[in-house]
Design a binder for this molecule. Sequence first.
Ligand code: FE2
Ligand code: FE2
Length: 260
Amino acid sequence: MIELGQHAVTPTGTLAAPPPPTRSTSLRSSAEWCDYFHANSQRLLPIPWEDGVPLTATEREIVAHSMQTFQLGESGEGRHIRRAADRYAARSGDVEYPAALRLFIGEEHRHAALLGRILDGAGIPRIRKQWSDGIFRKLRHQGGLELAICVLLTAELIAKIYYAALRAATRSSVIRRACEQILRDEAMHIQFQSERLALLRRSRRRWRRWTAVTLQRLFFYGTCTVFWMSHRRMLAAGGFPLRRVIRRARLEFRHVITIV
Ligand SMILES: [Fe+2]
Ligand SMILES: [Fe+2]
């Protein structure tokens, strides 16, 4: 079993369940997150590029569209959230948060570059526009830092299911190793975003926190439905039929709300 942050990928390519939920008592500071992102960049898994990306016709048909979509999704500039983070830092005095957020965005760009190189190696064209990516970008631009983080967090949780399925859906050593790396990063991205949400909501009354989590939950399950409809062939090929997607989504969300 390969350890991926707090989670794990089994030898059969399935994503192990998150650990039992426990109430988080200590949240990392922005400086600690900067240290984490710097250290993480020094311990990347080697990708066996020398193997190439030889996909069978069936594998290509199953994974091409979803990989194009996720490659685009990982490549966002994050201009809106970076501006929101700058305003939040000035307001709260947490002056290191924008740097931590930029390092996080850098990891997402590393994922986009990884997927882009895989698409190129497999002879699958990259795309520049996709309707669900457009909706996600527009939503992130509708509010402040909290909404932007909620939208991002939803994408991260879905990514954990997606990359576990993608890893199992092909025999390509490059894709499988890339998925392991991305899963490891995403587990910590979820922690990073959840901790910031917890800080943003910490001083609120209980009913306001409950309302925020309920809206977040509705958005998450709505997005999961669209995700399953758009990628169901690849998900099924990777061992994630609808029932398993729902079960895993529920577990992942439950883990997050113990933090926020
Ligand atoms: Fe990512
Ligand atoms: Fe991420």
